[in-house]
Design a protein around this ligand. Structure first.
Ligand SMILES: *Cc1c(COP(=O)(O)O)cnc(C)c1O
Length: 470
């Protein structure tokens, strides 16, 4: 493909993208297809010779797109969003054109400086104290791993990086029983062992019980364990529960334990001043992560990781082989701020999004999603055969259908499980589930970029009529 052809196809692709968004509601949110549907339609061997671009694009339209789950569909109410926006898409075009490796200042000075700047913007936007410094990671999973590794190194005087485990460390990590699976993954990878991840019970709102944390710590310390890190959730994945940061922070301070805040999804809400109270206790935190790639209109991947002691982070990850030595000092060489060497230019899309929406534009969108959630809460509450099973501090509602006369929990679970799969098979919406206290709950998350009241109310009407169908 030469540049003239690229222009022609480029315009065509831009048209396709704009039309895709204009017509997205014509697609089933999740395709009703069997495994193998896509692969069986494609050539099983790589083409020996060049294929016409128009054929490739046709196959994309006819085979790939029908096999996609449409995360940008306004009736995508599953999991958490991975939303995007036109400014973000535009920036991704440019990022892929520059195709730069952003591992060091020298390899892309603008990328390094823009990452520094956009992380500082984000820090101000969410109200983190000004001694936090940010770096973009691919995912919250990676950020949490970086956090636990940094804690491990700081508490072992950087000895495990050098000598490996001696066998006497006996580190332990703590999180609530509702915490995200990425914490267990990080504990496994960091060599701490998943048996040394202690899951602290939660209260009726699914938030960690600090008294229980304190009790467990006391016993662990007597038994010779070294409490390394507590992960406090600001918005759990199941129900967006909020662990009491201040109480947990005080316990961490008293016991000299690293405190990591996992705000992967809900951290975006901190751009709203009315949610800033959630940062009460942030002064005790060592690290904090949230994902603009979830609920800030910046397409995956873009996870904002903030640390208080950036030297400890760098000391944990820094590698300077001869072939990567460079002369500048006082610049950010982000390869030393995490796991990957090669890095994408992810700050560009964040910069485009923040400038394009403006902080007030972003705030408006988030407030609208939160209002829509309250609108749905009222509708659910007004129906006797539905019940909401967790508080709704943001835009995710956990509820279930509970028809009169059905009392056995297992039966109610089964009814809701069947209901969810029937609903998703219609293609008219997409919802996912979790379990809270053994109860199967449907999660209704309202965070897609272009979702509005009509989408929510249509989905709710469908849900009601499907559930009551005999
Ligand atoms: C989504 C989520 C994660 C994991 O996010 P990735 O960026 O996909 O790794 C971690 N913690 C919480 C609370 C989440 O909601």
């Amino acid at each position: 493909m030469d540049s003239d052809e690229f222009k022609r196809w480029g315009y065509e692709i831009v048209d396709w993208i704009a039309d895709y968004f204009n017509n997205i509601e014509k697609y089933d949110v999740k395709p009703n297809i069997e495994p193998g549907y896509v692969i069986n339609q494609l050539a099983q061997n790589p083409p020996e010779n060049s294929e016409k671009f128009e054929n490739i694009l046709e196959d994309f339209k006819n085979i790939i797109v029908p096999g996609m789950t449409h995360w940008q569909h306004p009736k995508f109410f599953g999991y958490f969003p991975a939303n995007t926006s036109f400014p973000s898409i535009a920036a991704e075009f440019l990022t892929s054109a520059l195709a730069a490796q952003c591992m060091m200042w020298q390899t892309s000075p603008a990328a390094a400086e823009l990452e520094e700047l956009t992380m500082e913007w984000l820090r101000q936007m969410i109200g983190l104290p000004n001694d936090f410094t940010g770096v973009i990671q691919d995912t919250a999973s990676t950020a949490t791993l970086c956090s636990i590794l940094t804690a491990r190194e700081k508490y072992s005087s950087f000895n495990i990086n050098t000598k490996g485990f001696s066998g006497d460390e006996q580190f332990r990590v703590y999180c609530s029983s509702e915490a995200h699976s990425s914490i267990e993954k990080a504990v496994k990878i960091a060599g701490i062992g998943k048996e040394n991840l202690v899951k602290i019970p939660v209260d009726e709102n699914f938030a960690m019980l600090p008294d229980e944390l304190e009790k467990v710590l006391e016993v662990d310390i007597i038994n010779g364990y070294k409490p390394l890190c507590v992960v406090s959730a600001l918005g759990t994945t199941g129900s967006t529960a909020i662990d009491p940061l201040k109480e947990i922070g005080e316990i961490c301070k008293d016991n000299n334990i690293w405190l990591h805040v996992d705000a992967a999804f809900a951290g975006s809400a901190l751009i709203l001043p009315e949610y800033r109270y959630l940062l009460d206790g942030i002064k005790y935190a060592d690290s904090f992560v949230f994902n603009p790639h979830k609920w800030l209109f910046t397409n995956f991947d873009c996870s904002a990781y903030f640390v208080r002691d950036k030297e400890a982070l760098i000391k944990t990850f820094e590698m300077i082989p001869e072939y990567l030595k460079s002369a500048e000092s006082h610049v950010n060489n982000y390869k030393d701020w995490g796991i990957q060497l090669g890095r994408r230019f992810r700050a560009l899309k964040l910069w485009f999004v923040i400038r394009s929406f403006g902080v007030s534009g972003l705030q408006e969108k988030l407030r609208f999603h939160i209002q829509l959630a309250q609108y749905l809460v009222k509708k659910i509450e007004s129906e006797k055969d539905f019940e909401i099973l967790a508080p709704v501090p943001f835009n995710t509602i956990c509820f279930r259908y509970k028809p009169a006369g059905v009392v056995h929990e297992e039966e109610i679970n089964k009814i809701n499980e069947n209901l969810l799969s029937k609903l998703n098979e219609t293609g008219k919406l997409f919802l996912t589930h979790t379990k809270l206290n053994g109860k199967y709950v449907i999660r209704f998350m309202i965070g897609q970029t272009n979702v509005n009241e009509k989408h929510v109310s249509e989905a709710w009407e469908l849900l009601k009529s499907e559930s009551r169908k005999k």
